[in-house]
Design a protein around this ligand. Structure first.
Ligand code: FAD
Length: 353
């Protein structure tokens, strides 16, 4: 039996992968935690856009995971259930500064081995006619995907249950005890050969209180919003300097996201609403067409070097970490599940961490 603490996208993907490989799995989570990152996430699967010059290792990991997402595109049921989309990313420049940034990015992407295309305003408006007509240019990055995180979560939960996995809800876990294959949480005791810590930004605190080991992670809050329009406005994922827009089914538009260091505060303040709505107002014509539906706040788990923390602990190899995915947890979930699976089965682990 493998026990996973935390059932965000990382815990769920990992659970399913383990079940597919013949393990028995229990997931333990709590309804008392607010600000779960997965629930606020927009679901962009765009490694190139997220690439940074000093993060080659992370970029390679994102590409590996994107390859798995591309395989999922062949599975009709998965695609329907999660609304996984095969669309492209369009970075839009609305002034000279943005334009320079786009040219810089094009060169950077080329160095990474990827050709992208600069489109003049006419060509940009041809593929996205509902953008402002006064744009400077855009950069088309083909074959980026997008998924709806809450649909993905529901799909994974259903599959896990169908395969005999169990999900147990408890009060917020402050501390666990794990030795001799016994896991104690509150007054419950479970048999477990290995446990996986997939509590997102709360993982380090939990480990610190339970076994006095902590990691340099910090919460980076993000706010996203959901709008609905009467007709479909965009086909591609649209990225401006400050915000991005993911077109979803039934004319929904997910817009993300703020990035702030406010500790574990998951409340939504006026400045966050202002940031997103002001950016939309600057970038899009006729924003009165966007009908507000919902707003979400999530705490991303930021790590000092940008890489997620995936692997087992030196002092107890049966405790496996899977957290610290910052802005990329949805994209990185499939590869994380694969790596964690390798740790569970003690396979060759030289590959990635
Ligand atoms: C606004 C926003 C937009 C984003 N957009 C994207 C995007 O477009 N693409 C992308 O790839 N990524 C995106 N991300 C990042 C992505 O959402 C995260 O990296 C990912 O969801 C992390 O998943 P997780 O399972 O590690 O954490 P979480 O989703 O936070 O899940 C952690 C789970 O652990 C449980 N838990 C925690 N502590 C305890 C405890 N003490 N006791 C019991 N249970 C506990 C929680 O209840 C929760 O269910 C975005 C994030 C935000 C906030």
């Amino acid at each position: 039996m493998i026990i996973i603490i935390g059932s965000g996208v990382i815990g769920l993907f990992t659970a399913l992968r383990l079940l597919e490989n013949g393990k028995k799995v229990k997931l333990i989570d709590s309804d008392e935690i607010n600000g779960k990152a997965t629930d606020a996430s927009v679901g962009m699967l765009a490694p190139l856009i997220e690439a940074k010059p000093y993060e080659q290792e992370l970029f390679d990991l994102m590409l590996d995971s994107k390859r798995i997402w591309d395989e999922f595109l062949k599975k009709k049921y998965f695609v329907n259930q999660t609304q996984l989309k095969k669309n492209s990313s369009l970075l839009v420049a609305v002034n000279k500064d943005d334009e320079e940034r786009i040219y810089f990015k094009k060169n950077f992407f080329k160095k990474l081995g990827f050709e992208t295309q600069i489109l003049d305003p006419k060509r940009t408006l041809k593929i996205e006619p509902n953008l402002n007509s006064n744009i400077n240019c855009s950069l088309l990055c083909e074959k980026h995907n997008q998924v709806e995180p809450m649909l993905l979560k529901n799909y994974l939960l259903k599959q896990i249950k169908n395969m005999g996995g169990e999900i147990i809800k408890v009060g917020r876990i402050e501390k666990f005890l794990f030795s001799n294959s016994k896991l104690k949480i509150h007054n419950l005791c479970f048999e477990a050969e290995k446990i996986i810590i997939a509590c997102g930004v709360w993982s380090s605190n939990l480990l610190s209180k339970s076994i006095s080991i902590s990691f340099p992670t910090r919460p980076i809050k993000g706010v996203s919003m959901l709008f609905k329009t009467e007709k479909k406005l965009f086909t591609n994922n649209i990225w401006f300097r400050n915000i991005y827009i993911a077109p979803r089914n039934l004319n929904f538009l997910a817009v993300g996201a703020t990035e702030d260091e406010k500790g574990f505060d998951d409340s939504i303040s006026l400045d966050e609403i202002h940031f997103i709505t002001k950016s939309l107002w600057e970038y899009l014509p006729e924003i009165e067409k966007l009908k507000f539906q919902n707003i979400f706040a999530g705490l991303r788990s930021g790590v000092i070097d940008g890489n997620p923390i995936i692997g087992n602990l030196k002092h107890n190899k049966n405790i496996i970490c899977a957290f610290g995915h910052f802005r990329h947890g949805i994209l990185l979930a499939p590869i994380t599940a694969e790596i964690v699976c390798n740790y569970v089965f003690d396979l060759d682990l030289k590959k990635k961490i």
